[in-house]
Design a protein around this ligand. Structure first.
Ligand code: SF4
Length: 393
């Protein structure tokens, strides 16, 4: 049957609508249904930003993105465990646990991204003693070849704990199958991002955000089909370019911005050509090689084939240099730093980015957000003023 552009559009819209709905479900119903349909399987939650999901998947378990709760739940109990000046994602993630919404998980993995994430890991260990809670220490000095060796050993330590919980010891083939599956997903998402950069009127940043988020909440075997369906449908989507400025958006790599905020920035007159939303789930710039030593390949790829990030301490090239290179490569007009309130890595980065952007004469705007924000008037007016200052300069 031949499909018309209108049918393709409504199919794509239906996909994005259902992804958006999934991202707003604090009960994780899609994952729970999958677990019911796969008796004996378990799920492991992954706090941002980058989690080696292949280790979980190869151990026979389901990796899920546990990334705060936005406006979906009230923080009632978690406030008593954290200071008031801590980012919102830490509190809402704990609130999910304290309200028994994470009871269906076998465990949670945290990573060495910042002090609040480290503390959250300890709070989870104390409050949920039956849960498998691990903290992955990523290396800090990538100039040393020992960093990769260390990380492969760290991955082995995590894998040992996972296999004890799942009862399945993954083989090299199991690990490589998981790497291949996630390679397919990441390659699809990279292609969607490429389409956005080249033709930003074809797919919005809000749409690719809800799609990527949904992928963290379901089985990768299901998600890969959705990503490939979006890629098949996109070329037929009718759309016309608008008169907008072209921006790179940075700073939202951990706490998730409300979808409404992303839409607000776009409606204010911005094409967001690239961003760092859910970057941990799109971590690699190319496929992880499938070879005889998968843990080494994952560690090597973390070091050599990963996007720069506010939480990855790589002294070989400054993050500001990466950002400016991206602005030039993507022919962007400006940078919007959209950082979560109290997010130290993002706000510290902004001090460095700001200096480098000023020197390179690249306009920039700082927008702070909280996942629970639902009124965007201030962001709208700041973004509109910024756009006008560029369009009518
Ligand atoms: S939002 Fe920032 S400060 Fe909070 S957990 Fe994430 S990286 Fe850490």
């Amino acid at each position: 049957m031949v499909t018309t552009p209108v049918q393709e559009t409504s199919k794509l819209n239906a996909i994005f609508d259902s992804c958006r709905e999934m991202g707003q479900d604090p009960e994780f119903n899609v994952a729970k249904r999958w677990l019911e349909d796969h008796p004996g399987k378990k799920a492991i939650g992954c706090f941002p930003i980058h989690c080696p999901v292949e280790l979980i998947h190869a151990s026979g378990m389901l990796p899920l993105g546990i990334i705060g709760a936005g406006t979906q739940i009230e923080v009632t109990y978690a406030d008593s465990r954290f200071q008031s000046f801590v980012c919102s994602i830490v509190k809402t993630t704990l609130e999910l646990g304290l309200t028994n919404r994470l009871k269906f998980l076998e465990g949670m993995l945290f990573h060495s991204i910042c002090d609040p994430a480290r503390n959250l890991s300890s709070v989870f260990q104390r409050n949920f003693p039956d849960m498998f809670v691990e903290y992955i220490h990523f290396p800090q000095n990538f100039a040393s070849p020992l960093a990769r060796k260390y990380l492969a050993t760290e991955y082995q330590r995590i894998l040992d704990g996972l296999q004890q919980r799942s009862g399945h010891t993954p083989t090299v083939d199991d690990l490589n199958r998981s790497i291949a599956l996630y390679n397919r997903i990441r390659a699809g998402l990279r292609e969607i991002y490429r389409i956005r950069t080249d033709t930003p009127h074809m797919i919005s940043a809000a749409e690719s955000f809800v799609l990527t988020r949904a992928g963290t909440l379901m089985a990768p075997e299901e998600f890969v089909k959705i990503v490939e369906e979006v890629l098949a449908e996109l070329p037929g989507r009718p759309s016309r370019p608008k008169d907008r400025i072209r921006v790179i958006l940075e700073g939202s790599f951990c706490e998730l911005p409300p979808v409404g905020l992303i839409e607000t920035v776009e409606q204010a007159g911005c094409y967001i050509l690239d961003d760092d939303f859910l970057r941990g789930w799109r971590w690699f710039t190319e496929d992880v090689p499938i070879r005889d030593n998968p843990l080494h390949e994952l560690a090597e790829s973390y070091s050599e084939r990963a996007y720069y990030s506010g939480t990855k301490h790589d002294t070989r090239e400054t993050k500001a240099a990466h950002l400016i290179q991206m602005v030039k490569e993507k022919k962007a007009d400006a940078v919007i730093m959209q950082a979560a309130k109290f997010c130290e890595p993002a706000l510290f980065d902004y001090a460095l980015y700001r200096k480098a952007l000023d020197e390179a004469k690249i306009p920039h705007l700082l927008l702070e957000f909280e996942e629970k924000t639902w009124i965007f008037d201030r962001a709208r007016s700041e973004a509109e003023t910024f756009v006008e200052s560029l369009l009518f300069d």
